[in-house]
Design a protein around this ligand. Structure first.
Ligand SMILES: Cc1ncc(COP(=O)(O)O)c(C=O)c1O
Length: 380
């Protein structure tokens, strides 16, 4: 039986091309901008709360400074660094915004963590239906969802949220994912207006959209706006999924004064480890440095690289999600995925039904995109 270390070493030695999470896509992006030094003496940097290292839960030193850099990057009053993924951010946001036993309006396709928050908080859920897809290939996306164990999920309409808010005026908050796992976005500004007039908080699960703010900041068109600027109260970002921090690191943003930060801090203490990994936290610093120092280059290149795959991808609201219709190759998604793995050492995020989902990220190189394109062309 192969041991984990042997598997990982062999995988890395085989020069894999990642079109799956996390978004850093390996060492190249760190080397390119001179951060490989961080990876030396890695074990010596795996520390605990020694003098000078601050404390994640009472942070006034280096961790507090990093959280403030994230608040500046996202243009929000306050950010929290997370070490248990967006999962922890969603749990904390819901537990802070909805009193025990209260009501929460949630999208039908919500992530497991939303349902976990419902259980933990004894919350009464009210499910808002998602719209059918209106994009080409919609029926195949719905099918792919079902294959992947998700409920079919298009966008959430503001009118539908409004209808439920009127029927349940005692609900405290609304939560939905935008973009969702397949890159479908909802009208956050419209939903925020509904929430505001109903006196409810809006929590956006932006686990898959941590990058959106920065495409906007660099004036790159063709990307949906980030929820932080659309009237959401709380936004949860998996910086690890599409940006350059390590798996499990994430950021929770408080965008308004409509949720009590003390309640969020209390909830974060309940759901996160008391031994936060300094390696994960350090990776959030690396990610911030890449965005602050090199964002202009990285986001422009990312957009240019996506254009290379456009002929093969269905249109998604968030174009960083490459949804590839494998019927063009006369194969299922799973068959295409196997061929990419075995012949090309390319590893997509997911196959389902006729579809292949290739997730791109800040660290993808031009050569990665060229390899994927050449491989897909060879299947036609
Ligand atoms: C829509 C959505 N929300 C939240 C999460 C949880 O994010 P994390 O893996 O950072 O805990 C996921 C994970 O895949 C997700 O797909």
């Amino acid at each position: 039986m192969t041991q984990l270390l042997d598997f990982l070493n062999a995988h890395a030695d085989g020069a894999p091309i990642s079109f799956h999470m996390p978004g850093h896509k390996g060492m190249a992006v760190f080397q390119r901008f001179g951060y490989e030094g961080f990876f030396r003496q890695l074990a010596d940097k795996d520390i605990t709360e020694i003098p000078g290292a601050d404390n994640l839960y009472v942070c006034g030193g280096v961790l507090g400074a990093l959280a403030r850099r994230y608040a500046a990057l996202y243009g929000v009053p306050k950010s929290w660094l997370l070490v248990n993924g967006s999962t922890a951010g969603i749990l904390a946001a819901v537990l802070a915004a909805v009193p025990r036993g209260g009501k929460l309006i949630l999208a039908g396709n919500s992530h497991k963590s939303v349902h976990s928050a419902v259980r933990l908080g004894g919350i009464r859920p009210v499910e808002v239906a998602t719209q059918p897809h209106e994009i080409p290939g919609a029926e195949r996306i719905a099918y792919a969802y079902a294959q992947a164990g998700y409920s079919p999920a298009g966008a959430v309409a503001p009118e539908e949220v409004e209808r439920l808010a009127q029927a349940h005026p005692d609900a405290s908050a609304v939560i939905l994912a935008s973009p969702n796992y397949f890159g479908v976005c909802s009208d956050i500004a419209g939903i925020a207006r509904v929430c505001r007039s109903a006196g409810m908080s809006l929590i956006v699960d932006q686990a898959h959209g941590a990058h959106l703010k920065f495409f906007g900041d660099h004036g790159i068109e063709g990307f949906p706006p980030a929820a932080e600027g659309q009237g959401a109260d709380l936004v949860v970002n998996s910086t690890h999924k599409t940006l350059a921090s390590f798996t499990q690191s994430a950021v929770l943003n408080l965008c308004t004064d409509r949720v009590d930060p003390a309640k969020i801090e209390d909830a974060l203490g309940l759901v996160q480890s008391t031994s936060p990994s300094y390696l994960l936290l350090a990776s959030l610093d690396l990610n911030a440095r890449l965005i602050e120092g090199h964002g202009d280059v990285l986001f422009r290149e990312w957009a240019d690289n996506l254009a290379l795959l456009r002929p093969f991808a269905l249109r998604a609201d968030d174009p960083t999600k490459l949804l590839i219709d494998c019927r063009a190759f006369g194969r299922t998604g799973a068959e295409t995925e196997r061929m990419l793995n075995e012949r090309h050492r390319i590893f997509p995020e997911l196959s389902a039904g006729d579809l292949l989902l290739c997730m791109t990220g800040i660290g993808g190189t031009r050569a990665h995109y060229e390899s994927l394109r050449a491989a897909l062309e060879s299947f036609c």
